[in-house]
Design a protein around this ligand. Structure first.
Ligand SMILES: [Zn+2]
Length: 297
């Protein structure tokens, strides 16, 4: 039996999952106003569900990373936990061992247990949301890195930039030109705003492009080109068998056709053996797979 937490926007999903993978308990906790109240609330929920402490481990899924070098969490999309030593604080509050990894890591861990991906030995996972994170699963093991920083793809500079493309792109991480400024939900909305002077969500832009809106189509094409370049860089580094795309963007199937078409410009041979898949492309599926992955660390 294991516990899993998933932080997303203003909620913390809490689950207790059996060794057979059955969800024994699920609850969505609205994030309280203070960090100490959050720790107390999670303690209260788990104490009620597992009073004897049978679940010794808690996996935490979030959009960011935790590095033991600083003992601080990087999760700018959730200020309540950003910069905190969430690992040590949760371990002290819950009296259980705590593992923290990104949503992308959790999704690829969960996917690796499914029949369609079970035989794959090198899977790259990309979680596209307001914040971007990546994960890698190699030879049946999650690659988190010696510093806990593996998968920090969103804060690598956009590769092969065209003239002026990197200008005025300051990132919250302190650098500039990071990929998350070009292929996040907010980035797609910004591109559309730039073209149309109208505000739309990423999901609405994809939907309008699907219906033939020329401006939305233009914004999506720019997004696709940048995402293809970012993935080509990953292929040049780790050459995965499978790339999983997920995140709260309702990613359209067109990406599966249009992204690989661009790879020959950046990858020798075009990476024809790399399979691209949209994974967990709904709110419910995303929650389930993040929690399953967190519970199986
Ligand atoms: Zn950055």
């Amino acid at each position: 039996m294991r516990c899993a937490l998933r932080f997303i926007e203003s909620t913390c999903d809490i689950a207790v999952i059996s060794d057979d993978g059955d969800f024994l308990f699920q609850h969505s906790l609205a994030l309280p106003n203070t960090y100490s109240a959050l720790l107390n609330s999670i303690f209260d929920v788990l104490k009620a569900q597992d009073p004897s402490g049978r679940a010794k481990f808690v996996g935490v899924s979030l959009s960011g990373d935790y590095t033991s070098q600083t003992e601080r969490l990087y999760c700018p999309s959730i200020p309540l936990i950003d910069g905190q030593n969430l690992k040590a604080d949760l371990q002290a509050a819950l009296n259980r061992e705590v593992f923290i990894a990104s949503h992308a890591h959790m999704l690829v861990k969960s996917a690796s247990q499914l029949p369609e991906f079970k035989s794959n030995t090198n899977i790259f996972s990309l979680y596209l949301d307001d914040e971007i994170c990546a994960g890698q699963f190699v030879n049946q093991a999650l690659v988190t890195g010696v510093n806990g920083l593996a998968g920090n793809w969103g804060h690598i500079c956009l590769p092969w930039p065209v003239e002026f493309e990197l200008e005025d792109r300051d990132c919250a991480c302190g650098r500039s030109g990071c990929l998350c400024l070009f292929v996040s939900r907010a980035a797609l909305s910004r591109e559309y705003l730039f073209l149309s002077e109208r505000e739309l969500t990423a999901e609405a832009i994809f939907a309008q492009a699907e219906q033939g809106d020329i401006v939305a189509e233009s914004a999506v094409q720019v997004f696709e080109d940048r995402l293809a370049r970012g993935l080509a860089m990953a292929i040049n580094l780790i050459d995965p068998e499978v790339i999983l795309l997920s995140g709260r963007m309702s990613l359209p199937k067109r990406l599966l056709v249009n992204l690989p078409r661009k790879w020959p410009g950046y990858v020798r041979g075009g990476a024809q053996a790399t399979k691209l898949a949209v994974f967990a492309n709904s709110t419910e599926a995303m929650r389930e797979h993040c929690l399953r992955g967190a519970a199986s660390l």
